[in-house]
Design a protein around this ligand. Structure first.
Ligand SMILES: Nc1ncnc2c1ncn2[C@@H]1O[C@H](COP(=O)(O)OP(=O)(O)OP(=O)(O)O)[C@@H](O)[C@H]1O
Ligand SMILES: O=C(CO)[C@H](O)[C@H](O)COP(=O)(O)O
Length: 395
């Protein structure tokens, strides 16, 4: 196959080479960076990929959320078959989840040498992220780099085919304006410092053998960059899940009971916020103790319109935790606009993953609801695309 170079451009410390086949529908382009080559291969542009962004700091529940989301679409999400065992990618029939850590341009040693954290934009390659997400969105396969969390090195790239739904999760899905504009829906997991600390201790001490002092030091070291580069992304999110200490226990410092707020932007295409009882009203609801078993400190819901970074939003809030997950159906029956396909689907999903962290509180409930809203958004987008050519032909 005759392949000719069309042009190359110099950007940052990398060079882009665009090449195309003279005879087929295929187009290849590749980029050299730090003596490594990243290929992009056009395979088929018939399908368009829906792109979802999920932003949060490390250890804030992104993986758990992803497992709930992919389960809504059915099928198990697994790393690419026969690929790098340390791949961060998860693929199921409908979804591909890529971790944006793979766009770290500096490896662990490189960051140490330059004195920057992984949260710093200078440690990440936004040009490549943009090119590859754009390519996948338009049906083009890419060879994406892999950041190996075991070795701290950048491994050989892996081939990613365009999926029906691409989820880009990590520290910076909404940081770069070009990438942000590619998102069909975006979510930010906003975990308050107190709760983040409790979760980190639970995971990094129990599962990774870190000391309390080293966990505290790592949180403190990341704070300035978190505040400068990660946290501001929440202003762009279509949905924010905010996790705070409970208000039901005065001066609680255990961080076990949580107050969780689902903040939903109004006016987002294909997304209509969930509401409690009466859309647009302000409601405070303590569910009946006979219909929903709840031990101390109980459960309280709130629902109200609000404003968030100058955007009109609806907020549903749950403080407290469920004792019996099967009774969640009582709460589900009082929520509207859930985008379920049958009565009780939220409860069914929650029961299916009762062992996931957060299944007894608002984190699991709202992650499940956002998963169902994303399925609905995907179905509307696809249906709209299918009718668009017919409509255009009629005009
Ligand atoms: N809703 C929750 N309730 C309680 N604990 C939680 C919840 N979500 C996550 N955690 C705790 O935080 C840890 C990290 O969760 P998870 O692996 O989903 O986060 P992550 O953002 O993907 O992390 P990383 O980016 O570091 O891989 C879990 O092991 C668990 O201890
Ligand atoms: O914030 C992170 C993303 O979740 C990690 O700290 C970052 O990716 C660097 O990884 P590692 O600590 O394994 O070198």
């Amino acid at each position: 196959m005759a392949v000719s170079t069309i042009y190359s451009t110099q950007a940052l410390n990398s060079t882009h080479f665009f090449t195309s086949s003279s005879s087929s529908k295929q187009v290849f382009f590749y980029r050299r960076q730090n003596n490594r080559r990243f290929n992009t291969i056009i395979t088929c542009a018939a399908q368009q990929t829906v792109v979802i962004g999920l932003a949060a700091d490390s250890g804030c529940g992104k993986s758990t959320f992803m497992r709930r989301l992919t389960s809504v679409f059915g099928g198990a999400a697994e790393p690419p078959k026969g690929g790098n065992p340390d791949s961060n990618t998860l693929i199921s029939d409908m979804t591909t989840v890529i971790c944006l850590d793979d766009y770290h341009s500096l490896d662990r040693t490189g960051r140490k040498e330059k004195g920057v954290t992984a949260l710093d934009p200078r440690a990440n390659d936004f040009d490549l992220m943009y090119e590859q997400v754009k390519a996948l969105k338009s049906g083009i396969a890419v060879e994406k780099p892999i950041y190996n969390h075991v070795t701290g090195l950048l491994d050989a790239p892996e081939l990613i085919q365009p999926p029906k739904i691409l989820v880009i999760e990590g520290l910076h899905p909404m940081f770069d304006e070009r990438v942000r504009d590619l998102l069909d829906f975006s979510i930010y997991l906003d975990i308050s410092n107190e709760v983040k600390f409790a979760w980190k201790i639970q995971r990094d001490m129990a599962e990774r053998g870190h000391s309390l002092e080293s966990i505290k030091a790592s949180i403190e070291a990341r704070k300035p960059d978190f505040e400068a580069f990660i946290d501001p992304q929440k202003q762009y999110a279509d949905a924010v899940i905010e996790v705070l200490p409970t208000q039901l226990i005065p001066d609680d410092n255990e961080g076990k009971v949580l107050r969780v707020r689902l903040i939903m932007k109004e006016g987002v295409k294909y997304f209509s916020p969930v509401y409690l009882f009466d859309e647009g009203s302000t409601i405070s609801w303590i569910p009946c103790g006979r219909k929903l078993t709840c031990s101390y400190p109980g459960i309280k819901f709130n629902y109200a319109p609000d404003s968030y970074f100058d955007h009109e939003v609806s907020v549903v809030e749950m403080d407290g935790q469920f004792d019996r997950l099967d009774e969640l159906i009582y709460v589900e029956s009082h929520l509207s606009n859930l985008s379920t396909k049958f009565y009780g689907e939220v409860t069914q999903q929650m029961l299916k993953h009762a062992d996931f962290p957060g299944s007894n509180n608002g984190t699991g409930l709202f992650q499940t609801i956002v998963g169902l809203k994303i399925r609905d958004l995907y179905e509307q987008l696809i249906a709209n695309k299918a009718t668009a050519p017919a409509e255009a032909a009629k005009a």
